[in-house]
Design a protein around this ligand. Structure first.
Ligand code: NDP
Length: 310
């Protein structure tokens, strides 16, 4: 085998990727980790994390990810900045292209590329992104203190974000396309019992209103019956789910209808021996830092076994 072949290539730098790197490095697999477009992953755009065991006083997302990276590097993981733009898992060693320019070869790969927030796809929403339009209430809610805002979605994330914003903002509109919430009963109760959250059932957003100078100023909504109304808001938050970052692998790796990687039940194994998946990229349900970290550990252990038996 060629010396330049990477033993264990990890793609992604969230809790799954870094936990895999820590385990792989300690197992002498000399892992190389590519950080991707968003080094540190989704936690870098959150604020306080209070449910990651070991931090009774809480820890910020960026700080937790910085510590994970530090721990990966301490054990010798080679953490590199770069984005995987193409793969060929039909050849061995696997071929992986970085930033459309550099080709690498790897004996095994752990995919931990996570998931990205979905947007509605409106032109006005794209134009005002970062200027009143956001997919992270905990990151950006602070900017709308005392103002009126809207959250789109009817799941747990939307309810959680609406509740969070209700504590900071004057009024929160929750825009729900159906006539019911999909969120858990507990979250629904929290929303319904918060006086400054107004749930607008059976409404869709036609347009986010505003301009570059003033940011978001409102939203034009349409009831399923056809009637339109305008709400005045300063912030427009999306909470309509996530999209797994799997496009680059989909030619080779089995994914479900939503694009999440399908792994063999209870394991991080994909349909290709030697390619493993960990974290949100294979998990449409739990999506927690701790569950992602756990699956990163499993992927590294499986990878070690694979390389030993190969
Ligand atoms: P979900 O997929 O559960 O909910 C997405 C929501 O967005 C749904 O109400 C959906 O409507 C709505 N939606 C989707 N597309 C559009 C659109 N184009 N226009 C308007 N509305 C739209 O995603 P979540 O992020 O809320 O949750 C994902 C998973 O994570 C769930 O399993 C959830 O339970 C879990 N989670 C758990 C938390 C906790 O336990 N504390 C916190 C956050 C998430 P519709 O219902 O009509 O499809």
């Amino acid at each position: 085998m060629n010396d330049s072949v990477i033993k264990c290539l990890i793609i992604g730098s969230g809790p799954a990727g870094h936990t895999a790197a820590i385990y792989a490095a300690r197992a002498n697999l000399s892992p190389v980790l590519y950080e991707g477009i968003e080094p540190g992953g989704q936690l870098t755009i959150t604020t306080d994390i209070e449910n990651f065991p070991g931090f009774p006083e809480g820890i910020t997302g960026p700080e937790l990810m910085a510590r994970m990276k530090q721990q990966s590097q301490k054990f010798g993981a080679d953490v590199r900045f770069g984005v995987v733009t193409q793969v060929d898992f039909g050849t061995r060693p696997f071929r992986v292209r970085i930033d459309d320019t550099q080709d690498l070869h790897a004996e095994s790969v752990i995919i931990a590329t996570g998931a990205t927030a979905k947007y509605l796809g409106l032109e006005s929403e794209t134009r005002l992104r970062g200027n009143g339009v956001s997919a992270c209430a905990t990151c950006d809610g602070f900017f709308y203190r005392g103002r009126d805002v809207a959250v789109v979605g009817g799941g747990d994330t939307a309810c959680e974000e609406a509740s969070y914003l209700a504590g900071i903002c004057n009024r929160v509109y929750l825009i729900v396309r159906k006539n019911h919430l999909r969120a858990s009963k507990a979250m629904q109760e929290r929303v319904f019992s918060t006086p400054n959250i107004e749930v607008l059932f059976e409404h869709n957003t036609v347009e986010v209103l505003g301009d570059e100078e003033n940011g978001v100023t409102g939203a034009l909504l349409r009831h399923t019956g056809g009637k339109e109304m305008t709400i005045e808001i300063a912030g427009f938050f999306l909470a309509i789910g996530h999209h797994p970052n799997t496009e680059v692998f989909s030619e080779f790796i089995d994914c479900d209808t939503e694009g999440y990687i399908v792994t063999k039940a209870g394991t991080p194994r994909t349909n290709i021996a030697g390619v493993f998946a960990a974290g949100d990229v294979k998990d449409p349900h739990y999506r927690q830092a701790i569950s992602a970290a756990g699956s990163g550990c499993m992927a590294a252990l499986e990878c070690e076994k694979y390389l030993m038996l190969k």
